[in-house]
Write a protein that binds this ligand. Structure first.
Ligand SMILES: Nc1ncnc2c1ncn2[C@@H]1O[C@H](COP(=O)(O)OP(=O)(O)OP(=O)(O)O)[C@@H](O)[C@H]1O
Ligand SMILES: O=P(O)(O)OC[C@H]1O[C@H](OP(=O)(O)OP(=O)(O)O)[C@H](O)[C@@H]1O
Ligand SMILES: O=C(O)c1cccnc1
Length: 487
């Protein structure tokens, strides 16, 4: 490439095929046909019983800044070979559509749209990749964080993953997602500055190695910082590390705030129990024991079962990289398009796997909340203009229809809000703190059976009878078309 282009816009953060499709629509004159896309995943990550929706704030930033820069257009012309007439169209392009989405921090389940884009076809197509990129990653990490926090309980959980994250953006937005999902702090100072997340930290082995001995290292650190957590496992945790931490804490007394020690290797259950005894005997009953070392929900459950005396948890690699599931797998599927007469017509994608058949049409997503116990009975997807019964709601599984129930005395809470209407942002973005609180409230209102770390119950995401009939009707139509073509 002869030219150096500046990274001055996110609009090319898309797959080439999106631009090629946009060009196809534009040359055919159908680029402004109204089209509706649903963004949803099919399978919950980590075998969890719920996911935590995250990414909306960044989606909003992306949409607000959606415009091809001069350099984007130059690049598309010089290096990719698009024609001037199409580039002129791209030059003035802004997002003019409507987006409805869940609130960040909403609990979300398989096969229900987290977000819906209703926009001119080419615009809806061009934003697909970035939307999926943002929502897939942030929702994955927020879910992993909520899962880990659930086993940690009330003890503080600190996010330590920046060094192991898949590059800088992942560290920053992953940290935000971790905080949303329930973590208390991060070691990433930039994330603290950008999002107001509390920052926290101890020190590394390198400091002990730099001073060669623990005693000097702890003492120098204590002389420079009031709050002290000493990392005690560089040489020998119980024979050297803990005694040196106690020695410095005693020597400096009230001059420092001896918060505690951190263990980062070895048998964390055994070491924490022994270290606890030593700290207590030395009179430091309030000193806390921090632990880190490739922790995740499974090691934490295990450590707790062994009676580990750990008070505070530092979690890096396995959280920020979503170690046991690399991607969420949310998709963006077209569900309706304007026809020649200017009316919306359903579209459907058939698959031999019934779970993969899309649900056509414009729809609304409701959480059905039992008025007696305030827990959710399940989610209910109805057609856009469908009126829900007020007294008696019949719910049935969309593929195994014999699984059904009738709900009475309920509140149907609509889960989507308008975010953009005809290109205008109409949504007031809640602050991160509020969204984090919202996650907690939502988790409190979810039955325990869906929150189990292993083998949770399946949360019902049902279709209304109208929505289900409409889907079946669409499937029949496609089947008839295919049969007619075969004849
Ligand atoms: N008592 C325990 N029960 C279950 N898992 C533990 C226990 N203690 C530590 N672990 C976990 O076992 C793994 C040990 O990792 P590893 O074999 O790399 O050793 P390490 O002690 O961290 O040593 P180093 O960091 O020096 O390589 C970590 O994931 C840690 O969280
Ligand atoms: O274990 P994680 O969950 O990924 O948490 C982050 C890890 O990063 C640090 O180790 P590292 O070896 O990078 O540096 P150190 O020398 O300070 O221990 C820290 O001690 C943790 O072990
Ligand atoms: O502050 C810490 O202890 C810390 C920060 C990042 C990674 N590991 C540990």
């Amino acid at each position: 490439m002869k030219h150096i282009y500046h990274d001055d816009s996110f609009t090319l953060h898309t797959d080439l095929y999106q631009i090629n499709m946009a060009e196809t629509y534009w040359r055919d004159g159908i680029h402004n046909k109204r089209a509706v896309f649903d963004l949803y995943f099919r399978k919950l990550p980590f075998g969890n019983g719920y996911a935590v929706f995250a990414g909306l704030e960044k989606v909003i930033q992306f949409i607000q800044n959606f415009r091809f820069s001069e350099e984007d257009l130059e690049y598309l012309k010089n290096e990719v070979g698009y024609q001037d007439d199409f580039l002129d169209y791209l030059k003035d392009l802004r997002f003019t559509g409507t987006i409805r989405a869940m609130r960040e921090g909403e609990l979300v389940f398989g096969n229900e749209p987290m977000l819906r884009v209703d926009a001119p076809l080419a615009e809806a197509q061009l934003i697909e990749t970035a939307l999926l990129n943002i929502v897939n990653y942030q929702t994955l990490i927020a879910t992993k964080a909520a899962r880990i926090k659930q086993v940690v309980g009330d003890e503080p959980a600190a996010e330590f993953g920046t060094r192991r994250a898949q590059e800088m953006d992942a560290a920053i937005w992953g940290t935000r997602a971790a905080y949303l999902g329930g973590f208390e702090s991060t070691s990433n100072v930039r994330a603290g500055k950008l999002f107001g997340i509390p920052v926290s930290g101890t020190h590394a082995h390198s400091m002990v190695q730099a001073y060669k001995d623990e005693y000097t290292a702890f003492r120098k650190y204590a002389e420079a910082h009031k709050d002290c957590v000493f990392l005690v496992d560089t040489y020998d945790t119980l024979r050297l590390g803990v005694p040196n931490a106690i020695k410095v804490a005693k020597e400096l007394g009230d001059k420092i705030n001896f918060i505690g020690i951190r263990l980062d290797s070895g048998d964390l259950a055994y070491l924490s129990k022994e270290a606890r005894k030593m700290l207590d005997e030395a009179g430091f009953k309030e000193a806390k024991i921090f632990a880190s070392s490739d922790l995740d929900e499974y090691t934490i459950i295990n450590l707790k079962a062994q009676g580990a005396r750990i008070n505070s948890w530092g979690i890096g690699t396995k959280l920020i990289t979503a170690y046991d599931q690399a991607a969420l797998g949310a998709v963006y599927k077209i569900v309706a398009i304007e026809n020649e007469a200017g009316q919306m017509e359903d579209t459907i994608k058939i698959s031999s796997n019934p779970e993969k058949v899309t649900t056509p049409g414009l729809k609304r997503i409701y959480r059905i909340i039992n008025n007696k116990n305030h827990h959710a009975e399940g989610d209910y997807i109805a057609m856009e203009n469908e009126k829900l019964p007020e007294k008696r709601l019949s719910m049935f599984h969309p593929t195994h229809t014999y699984i059904n129930k009738v709900v009475t005395n309920f509140t149907a809470k609509e889960l989507h809000e308008d975010i953009f209407v005809n290109g205008e942002l109409v949504y007031e973005i809640p602050c991160l703190e509020e969204s984090r609180e919202y996650v907690k409230q939502n988790l409190n209102a979810l039955w325990e059976e869906y929150k189990r770390i292993m083998n949770p119950e399946d949360y019902p995401v049902d279709l209304s009878k109208k929505c289900w009939d409409n889907k079946m009707h669409n499937i029949e139509e496609v089947k008839e078309k295919v049969a007619a073509m075969k004849e």
